[in-house]
Ligand binder design. Structure first.
Ligand code: TRP
Length: 335
């Protein structure tokens, strides 16, 4: 081929280092982080500063940041292929965030649903960071001139406000920022994994009942036990149908993890009992998570290697983000 290959689009995504992700997070988002690395230039960030909007125990937090970094690598994030780093190690995030906050209106931040929800839920700690959270997130994305931001439904409004801020800035100063788009990978569509104890609700790591979710670090016997107890229904038929939330969820997990369609999964279980379905879903899940858990143990035991990846990641991220920050500073007249 004589023509140059088209430039790969840039993807930016961030994850908070709080708690161990669930099977739902894995299916809905994390496994895509690894998959997207071949087709895009990926920038992946452990957003420790966003996590500060909730009070963290310092010793615990320190561990969680390191463990989250290792866990994403165990899920396939490759620090050689992608830019993979920790947000607080790259000061440009906080710097750009301040500048952008001066181009963001009090009113628009007040209307963010996540802010309204979180401040209603935790009236004792409605801090300014919680309020300006979307501005820091906009800085994350815009620093790397990202084209696409893979997000779930709950984060779409954050990408929307990021676009608004970027458009406003570009409108005044010319084309400084790439306007990012929310991106929902094809295979993510419809893969909404529900709680095992209340299948009308999304599976969540903040569920107070740990039987409701599978943590991606749950050992096989815990996984099998949780599926065994999963809430189903009483009609005894294994098929995907409205009103059968529990069975639908089990079939969905099974089909996603085996690569089968729902119809194929229904076929495989026709005439079988719920106990058998639960066993099969449990063992497929345990088998999927086993190599991730093994890699995670290996990585967390190799502190020197992890720290080297973290350092190199921060250097790469710093050099890309410094260019954007310099451009912005110049445009607005800082000397
Ligand atoms: N707000 C995101 C979440 O809670 C995390 C996040 C921070 C993020 N910065 C980002 C996601 C930039 C995508 C892009 O899930």
């Amino acid at each position: 081929m004589s023509e140059e290959a088209p430039k790969k689009k840039i993807i930016f995504s961030g994850i908070q280092p709080t708690g161990v992700p669930t099977l739902g997070n894995y299916i809905g988002a994390l496994r895509n982080w690894a998959a997207m690395q071949d087709d895009y230039r990926c920038v992946y960030c452990i957003v420790d500063q966003h996590a500060l909007t909730v009070r963290q125990d310092p010793a615990q937090f320190r561990k969680q940041i390191l463990n989250s970094y290792a866990l994403m690598m165990a899920c396939g994030v490759d620090p050689e292929k992608s830019v993979y780093y920790i947000q607080s190690h790259v000061p440009a995030h906080a710097q750009l965030s301040w500048i952008l906050s001066c181009y963001t209106q009090f009113g628009e931040l007040s209307r963010m649903t996540q802010f309204k929800d979180k401040s209603a839920k935790h009236p004792e700690n409605v801090n300014a960071g919680l309020f300006t959270y979307p501005v820091l997130m906009a800085a994350d994305i815009l620093l790397y001139q990202a084209d696409l931001v893979p997000v779930g439904e709950d984060q779409k409004q954050h990408v929307e406000i990021c676009r608004d801020i970027a458009n406003r800035f570009n409108g005044i100063y010319g084309n400084v920022f790439t306007i990012p788009e929310p991106y929902i990978p094809k295979r993510e569509q419809g893969a909404r994994i529900m709680s095992l104890t209340d299948p009308a609700r999304k599976m969540s790591k903040s569920d107070e009942n740990p039987n409701g979710y599978i943590s991606i670090l749950d050992p096989p016997e815990t996984i099998l036990r949780k599926f065994k107890r999963a809430v189903t229904d009483s009609d005894g038929e294994i098929c995907y149908r409205e009103g059968k939330d529990g069975i639908n969820n089990l079939l969905a997990i099974y089909s996603v993890l085996t690569g089968q369609t729902i119809a194929q999964a229904e076929e495989a279980f026709s005439g079988k009992g719920y106990g058998y379905l639960k066993e099969q879903v449990g063992s497929v899940t345990a088998e999927t998570l086993r190599p991730i858990q093994e890699e995670y143990s290996r990585l967390t035991a190799d502190r020197a290697y992890l720290e080297q990846c973290i350092r190199t990641g921060a250097e790469k991220a710093a050099s890309i983000s410094a260019r954007t920050l310099a451009k912005v500073s110049k445009k607005i007249g800082l000397i």
